[in-house]
Design a protein around this ligand. Structure first.
Ligand SMILES: CC(C)(COP(=O)(O)OP(=O)(O)OC[C@H]1O[C@@H](n2cnc3c(N)ncnc32)[C@H](O)[C@@H]1OP(=O)(O)O)[C@@H](O)C(=O)NCCC(=O)NCCS
Length: 184
């Protein structure tokens, strides 16, 4: 079972059907979807499908969380089960409302989820992936202390401009996390 997680400003609540309208409003904003899927805003039916998939993916304490400040929806985060390949056992990610960008919220929620994954779930390595050109997402991953593992899919073209620059994988181990946390 996923826990509710309290960060300094954010409360991360395990995602449930009450959050669907927030997810629909989020994906309706083109600037949010710029580096995701086909790079365009999503219709309600498509978001409903994704929402159901998110809920179904939950297991062993992993899944999706919706973040609030008080009663205000900020966005959602994932610490989701992965294939336990060389990149790790769980993938971390985030999608926030532009109303809350550049205020440290993505980092705050992700940091709380890294702590949860390593301390509560005893994971040993967590990874993230994003488009090479998604500077905002990459800045969050660097801020979390995650390292660039590789760039892949270079030359593959999608409907997103400059997608041919490919995707990047970032990783962090439990040991690296503990070292960072104990640093002054
Ligand atoms: C990417 C995203 C999650 C960033 O969220 P955020 O809450 O603004 O990030 P933070 O405020 O925690 O910023 C962390 C760092 O990233 C930097 N940053 C954030 N957005 C940035 C951007 N667009 N370009 C460059 N740097 C950026 C911040 O300045 C900060 O750097 P600092 O530690 O040196 O001050 C947010 O823009 C978003 O939800 N985008 C749409 C969805 C998306 O692309 N998700 C990622 C999919 S892989």
């Amino acid at each position: 079972m996923q826990s509710t997680i309290q960060a300094p400003r954010l409360t991360l609540v395990p995602m449930n059907d009450d959050h669907l309208e927030h997810e629909i409003a989020l994906d309706a904003r083109p600037e949010v979807m710029r580096f995701l899927g086909n790079g365009v805003a999503r219709e309600r039916a498509e978001v409903e499908k994704h929402h159901n998939g998110r809920l179904k993916s939950a297991r062993d304490g992993l899944g999706y969380w919706t973040g609030f400040v008080g009663t205000q929806f900020v966005g959602w985060w994932l610490l989701a089960p992965a294939g336990n390949d060389e990149r790790g056992q769980a993938e971390i990610g985030y999608r926030l409302s532009p109303d809350f960008w550049r205020q440290g919220f993505a980092s705050e929620g992700a940091k709380a989820l890294l702590a949860y994954g390593f301390d509560e779930l005893s994971l040993t390595q967590i990874f993230a992936e994003t488009m090479t050109i998604n500077e905002g997402s990459r800045a969050v991953l660097s801020r979390l202390g995650m390292s660039h593992l590789r760039t892949r899919d270079v030359g593959q073209i999608s409907s997103i401009p400059e997608s041919e620059q490919g995707n990047v994988d970032y990783v962090i181990t439990k040991k690296e996390w503990e070292k960072l946390r104990s640093a002054p």
